[in-house]
Structures are given as C-alpha cells and as structure tokens.
Design a protein around this ligand. Structure first.
Ligand SMILES: [Zn+2]
Length: 492
C-alpha cells in the first residue's frame, strides 16, 4: 500500500515539477487589498521624539545575568525613573507598583467594574552581548544609534521596542484624556531572560492573591514574518496561541581513564559523540497536522501553483511538505520537538584520557510530546545503558492552547489587520518561551505577538549581533499598541 502511494506521489510530483517548469504564470498574482485603517493612520505621533526615547531606552544597560550578584541594578532603577520622567501623563493616570524589587506593575483603572481586566506584558531586561562580539556590531550595542533608517542596539527587537511602544501608546492616550472601559494592567518585567521567577511570577502571584481574573493577556511573541514560505512574499502575522515546553537532559558517561599512549578502543568522548550523533540523525517525529495547518492556511491563495497543489492536498503531499518545512530551522521548530546540543564537557589535559564526560541537550517540546516522551526517545535512540540519562531542573510541558474562537483573539486579529493593512493573520505555535507562562492561572486567553516585521535574515539579530528595528516599523508598533488599547479596553 505504501509503495503504491509513493509511486503515485512520484508521478504527481513529476507532473507538478514539469508544469512548474513550463508554467509562466505559476507565481501567485494574488495581492492583499486591505489598507491600514484611516483612523490608525490619523494618530498624530511625534515620530522623532518617540524614536529618541527608544534610543535612550537602549542606552540603559539593563542586562540580565544568571548570577544575580553580577547584575548592575542601578541601571534598572535608572530605567524605571527614566520611564516616569518621559511619560508624565501616563504616570498621572495609573497606579504604579514595584514588585520583586525591579518589575513594575501599572494599573489603569477602567470605568466599568463588571468587565474583566486586560493585561499587556513585556520585559525590559536584555541578554548580554557575548564577550568579544561587541566589536562585530556596526554600532556599539548600547549606544542607541539611529542611522540608516534603523534604531540599533541590544533590546531593539527583544523586548524594549515592545514595552516602549506600549508606554508611547499609553502616554498618547493619557494625553488625549482617554479612559478605558475595562481596567488595563501593564507589567514590565525585569528578569524574563533568566526565567522570570523574580518578576513575572511574583506579579502573577500578587494578582492571584487579589483575586484578579483577566479577560486576556498579550505578551511578546511571534513576528510578522515575510517570506516564511519560499516564494510567498505576503507577510504573515502569527499569533502564538500556545508555547512549547522545555527540558534539559544530561547524558553522563564514566569509564576508566589512563595514559593517552595506550588508549582503549572506546572512549568517553567517542561514546558520548556517538550518542549525540544518533540523536541528530533521527530527530523526534514531525507532524503536519492541527495548529501548523491553520498557521499556513491563509497563505495558500498566495502560493505558487505547485505549492498550492501540495498544501491543498495534504493527504497526498504531507510527507513532502514536512520534509520541505524541516529544512528551515524556523518552520522545523514548529513541526516537532527540537534538540539543541548546548554543553559538551570531557577531558582536561591533552595526554590524559577523561574518566567522565557529559552532554546537555535542550529539548523544546512540541504540544504533541511530553517530557516523558522525550526521555523515552533519548533512551531509545542512544541504546546504551551505561550512559546515565538525567532530567535537569525546570522541565515543563507545552502550555495550554488558547482559543481562536474567543473574543480577545478576534479583537487582536482585527487590531493587527487595522494597523498593518497588507498582512494575513493566523494562529501559531510560539517556539520560544516567555513570561506569559507564569499567567496561566489568571486567564485561558493568552496571546503572544510581536508587532515587528521580520525576514529570514533578521532572525539571528534577536539575542545576536546588530539587533535593530526600522524606525518606520517602530512607529507602526506604536500605532498598533494605541489601537490595541482602544479596541481591547472596550467591551468585546
Ligand atoms: Zn523577549
């Protein structure tokens, strides 16, 4: 049966490949005709001043480190004071509270006490610039340079543009004397990059203690991706309705050491390398079903002829689609549980055989799998009882899935369409982790979205070198946040 199917697949594929060679109009000509809502375009934003304030935010070195004794907390205090100074109208309207010392919770009281509050969250801590790499940046990472149509520096993508655009929107609306119907909480966290235990987790606990139930929460998340599928230019704004889990697994191996002049046939390094190699050769199972199908669904009319045929006939082409998507690290991560080999330690001297070694693999768990499935997969792949497999701290399964039928999702989708015009919107799996995970007990409507336009080449800038955001995109973000507060503060 499977042989017959393969033959059919091969036949149909040859026809498709042939037709794509001869078809001159196989490139999709579909265009989105939607435009930015005129009322969103009409917000009168002082663009230069907003960009200066983002630049100033980048200049505060609010760097998160695992070793908290190394953190320069004066920079955090200065940053919080800077926000108060630059956004005076907003600060007059809201109650402000510091929680976990450096995270800030703002509460903008709504007029209608029967409406559940909304919450917008983000983080102002940033990852460090790895030592020696600062010279590779076009502009120094904490200079906040504004040049070539971009603001450059650590945090411009993750996540200072996110929180600064929320503050800009709040200031704009406060100045217009806007009063929300529902209460709006805004939380700016200070330790997202190291797990959020002192910031987001404490804020979530604080709200729970007060008996707060949220209507919805919006956090940083997936971008507006351009060309996420080859040859499809239409931007896809992805709303993360679930996020992956994570587990670190340590493989440890011991054996007798000795002098390097008489090495045994097998070694600690060879055994562990072989185990890693076996895991790399056969990753965990990919699946092109469920959420990922919904993610790409709106793109289908904009695909090339051959792509359309494949995506419209997944019963026949699922395997081909999976292989194609697996070749791109971003789409591969949405298809399956991934394994990143992050630490490998063995040996300390060039002429001494190591007696022990260890590898740490960071798995990001797809909703189809669990921590137990990952452990079973590792055991099954390495097939070596002498390698000790250990699950390290902080393992967690993927998050619950938020509904796309809920009114807050529909409101967010509409807001994206009104603010960005020519974009498609779809639900998606957030492949990273963020502070939203601390809020699952406060609402089942958690959405993760980053209103930033990103192409393939921009992916490495997050946590990487030459992080930057275009000034044009930053102004779009502010317009989006204003509209989000306006739409989201009303009854849904
Ligand atoms: Zn982030």
């Amino acid at each position: 049966m499977s042989l017959r199917l393969h033959r059919i697949q091969r036949f149909v594929l040859s026809v498709l490949l042939f037709s794509s060679l001869v078809c001159v109009s196989c490139k999709s000509s579909e265009k989105i005709t939607r435009e930015v809502d005129p009322t969103v375009e009409a917000y009168s934003i002082d663009e230069d001043k907003a960009i200066d304030r983002l630049s100033e935010a980048i200049q505060h070195k609010t760097v998160s480190l695992e070793d908290t004794t190394e953190i320069v907390y004066d920079q955090y205090d200065d940053f919080i004071a800077f926000l108060e100074k630059r956004y005076p109208h907003l600060h007059q309207k809201v109650e402000k509270q510091r929680i976990g010392k450096y995270s800030v919770l703002y509460k903008w009281e709504g007029n209608e006490s029967n409406l559940k509050p909304a919450m917008l969250i983000g983080h102002y801590d940033v990852v460090p610039v790895s030592s020696g790499s600062d010279t590779l940046w076009t502009y120094s990472p904490y200079k906040g340079a504004v040049d070539e149509g971009f603001v450059w520096g650590r945090g411009t993508l993750d996540d200072k543009s996110g929180i600064m655009s929320i503050m800009e929107a709040g200031e704009y609306l406060a100045e217009q004397n806007f009063n929300p119907d529902r209460t709006i909480y805004v939380a700016l966290h200070h330790d997202e990059e190291v797990g959020g235990v002192r910031g987001a987790q404490r804020i979530a606990e604080h709200l729970q203690d007060k008996g707060v139930e949220l209507a919805y929460l919006v956090d940083e998340g997936l971008p507006i991706a351009e060309e996420i599928i080859e040859n499809v230019e239409v931007p896809l704004a992805m709303i993360g309705i679930a996020s992956k889990g994570s587990v670190n697994i340590e493989l440890a191996y011991n054996q007798d050491g000795g002098h390097s002049s008489m090495p045994p046939r097998s070694s600690v390094i060879g055994t562990l390398s072989n185990a890693v190699n076996r895991i790399e050769r056969k990753p965990m199972k990919a699946s092109y079903r469920g959420l990922i199908v919904e993610t790409f669904d709106p793109l289908i009319p904009y695909m090339t002829y051959t792509q359309r045929l494949a995506f419209n006939n997944t019963w026949l082409f699922r395997r081909i689609i999976k292989n194609k998507l697996s070749n791109n690290p971003a789409t591969n991560a949405a298809l399956r549980t991934t394994a990143a080999k992050t630490i490998f330690e063995a040996g300390f001297k060039e002429n001494v055989l190591p007696v022990e070694g260890r590898v740490i693999i960071n798995f990001r768990i797809h909703p189809n799998d669990t921590v137990e499935d990952v452990v079973e997969y590792v055991r099954d792949r390495i097939r070596n009882d002498r390698i000790n497999i250990q699950v390290l701290d902080r393992a967690r399964n993927s998050s619950p899935v938020s509904s796309t039928k809920a009114m807050p999702y529909k409101m967010l989708k509409r807001t994206i369409e009104e603010s960005f015009g020519e974009v498609l919107v779809s639900p998606s799996l957030f492949i990273a982790a963020s502070d939203a995970r601390h809020f699952h007990d406060l609402t089942s409507n958690i959405y993760r979205f980053r209103p930033i336009r990103a192409r393939h080449e921009d992916r490495s800038r997050i946590h990487g070198i030459d992080e930057r955001i275009s000034t044009e995109n930053y102004i779009e973000m502010i317009r989006f946040q204003i509209r989000l507060i306006e739409n989201g503060a009303a009854e849904l």
